[in-house]
Design a protein around this ligand. Structure first.
Ligand code: FES
Ligand SMILES: [Fe+2]
Length: 479
């Protein structure tokens, strides 16, 4: 295998990255979804460098609490030590590699390795070594053999993120202007700045397709609504219509936001000032609660209350729906051919129990392996993946040309500063600028040798924006 580290020619497995992600012509090679060597290169150059979501602080409220998560392929332990500090450790013994924690979650004073019995405190320190005096003659330097810890960790509004690269920019810099949109996922429904929490267990299941299929879908695939026709017809939404709160979108402007220099993207709506408030056809407690939140939202968010946040992906593999359902998914790579999907569900911590229960039922009927909507999506991704593996199929790239070379109509944002490359797709219905931004960033990671090269926004030249062919409606203030 050759790669950009080895020879500087930006090639993977004999394929040029520029050919595989050809954003000038709007095509992406199928090879990047099925090729073993490219997959290995992703682990080294992408998952070992990017900021990755590990879990939520509400999963580990007490000292000694832990939750076993993943960063890329590798198992990690998110835990809270005796001093209540949060850590993320590689879940692998420093002696001979055994997994030191084989549970999904729990509470423990130490992580005891099942192989030879080394034990590690919840702050990662090597605490106990069998036969330390006899076998090691007391000479083992325990301070050097603690659990391997991530060099950078950030608790952002309850969500815990980490990166294996000490040179990566801060999490906030990694997000850039995208933070504005992510906040709609993480803030409480009423916009008053309260806490959210993970509700119930984490759904985990294997999806037999490359992890990039769901990531690019959530980054902004408005085009695939046809897939969800049946769910729309059932009227499974919390207001009794559609999949979601479709009534509030009447007269709204449809906007796509892309951050090609960072890879993130989301799709949203901007409703008219006098747009309707959704109502929830359920018990009085549930309806009253959401009516209250919506009214508070209008006060707390001011002009931003017109903004209806939609699905998004924080590059590379954190995808979410910000409201009804409010859920996080991480697509953990397992091989080119499969990934493990993990789904967290968020609720406002102070919501009444009946509201949480109402949301729980709605969430699991929408998302996850039994969710009506997610089943539609998985069907597409799995068949697409399999159909792309063949010797013949691999010769033909996928098409990402939608909207290229066409200016999108401008719109009146009424003074709202909307970060990112903003594209008005109200009339066009859909575009693929967000997907092009995602793959442009993917290619950056596979080419770059370090974060100096990846943080292109610092020196003012834009890696990703050039692929947009001037077609975005306008560039916002904080790309
Ligand atoms: S592998 Fe853990 S103690 Fe030997
Ligand atoms: Fe979908």
């Amino acid at each position: 295998m050759s790669n950009s580290h080895a020879n500087g020619s930006h090639r993977a497995n004999g394929h040029s990255i520029a050919d595989m992600v050809d954003l000038a012509s709007g095509t992406v090679s199928r090879e990047i979804f099925v090729n073993e060597d490219i997959y290995a290169q992703e682990q080294e150059q992408l998952f070992a460098r990017a900021w990755l979501f590990v879990g939520h602080e509400s999963q580990i409220p007490k000292p000694g609490d832990f939750f076993v998560s993943c960063m890329g392929e590798e198992s990690v332990i998110l835990c809270r030590d005796r001093e209540s500090q949060i850590h993320v450790f590689l879940n692998s013994c420093t002696h001979r590699g055994m997994k030191v924690c084989r549970y999904d979650e729990g509470n423990t004073p130490v992580f005891s390795c099942p192989y030879h019995g080394w034990s590690f405190a919840t702050d990662g320190k090597l605490a106990g070594v069998p036969y330390f005096k006899d076998a090691y003659k007391g000479e083992l330097d325990k301070s050097q053999w603690g659990l391997i810890e991530v060099p950078q960790l950030r608790n952002y509004k309850g969500t815990v993120w980490a990166t294996w690269d000490k040179d990566a920019p801060s999490f906030e810099e990694y997000l850039g202007g995208y933070r504005t949109y992510l906040d709609f996922l993480l803030d409480t429904w009423d916009g008053a700045g309260g806490e959210t929490e993970v509700f119930g267990g984490i759904e985990k299941w294997v999806i037999p397709c490359n992890w990039k299929f769901p990531s690019e879908n959530f980054v902004g695939d408005r085009y695939h609504n046809i897939s969800h026709r049946s769910v729309d017809l059932v009227g499974a939404g919390p207001s009794g219509s559609g999949r979601r709160d479709t009534q509030e979108r009447v007269g709204a402007t449809a906007l796509d936001f892309s951050f090609p220099e960072r890879g993130h993207g989301t799709i949203s709506f901007l409703r008219p000032n006098d747009g309707p408030i959704p109502s929830y056809q359920h018990s009085k407690i549930v309806s009253d609660y959401f009516a209250h939140c919506e009214n508070e939202r209008r006060k707390n968010y001011g002009k931003w209350s017109r903004f209806i946040p939609g699905p998004g992906t924080v590059f590379p593999n954190f995808s979410y729906l910000p409201r009804q359902p409010r859920t996080i998914a991480v697509w953990h790579p397992r091989s080119p051919e499969s990934h493990e999907a993990w789904r967290w569900f968020l609720v406002d911590k102070n919501a009444p129990a009946e509201v949480k229960e109402f949301l729980r039922k709605y969430y699991i009927s929408y998302s996850g392996p039994a969710g009506l909507t997610e089943q539609d999506d998985m069907e597409n991704w799995n068949y697409a993946h399999n159909a792309s593996r063949g010797a013949i199929a691999r010769r033909y790239p996928y098409n990402y040309q939608m909207g290229m070379g066409h200016d999108a109509p401008s719109f009146d944002a009424d003074g709202l500063e909307l970060p990112g490359l903003v594209r008005n797709v109200t009339v066009a219905k859909a575009a693929e600028q967000n997907q092009r931004g995602f793959y442009s960033r993917w290619a950056d990671f596979l080419r770059a040798s370090n974060w100096d090269e990846l943080a292109s926004w610092r020196n003012g030249h834009s890696n990703g924006a050039k692929f947009h062919n001037g077609a975005a409606a306008r560039a916002g203030s904080a790309l």
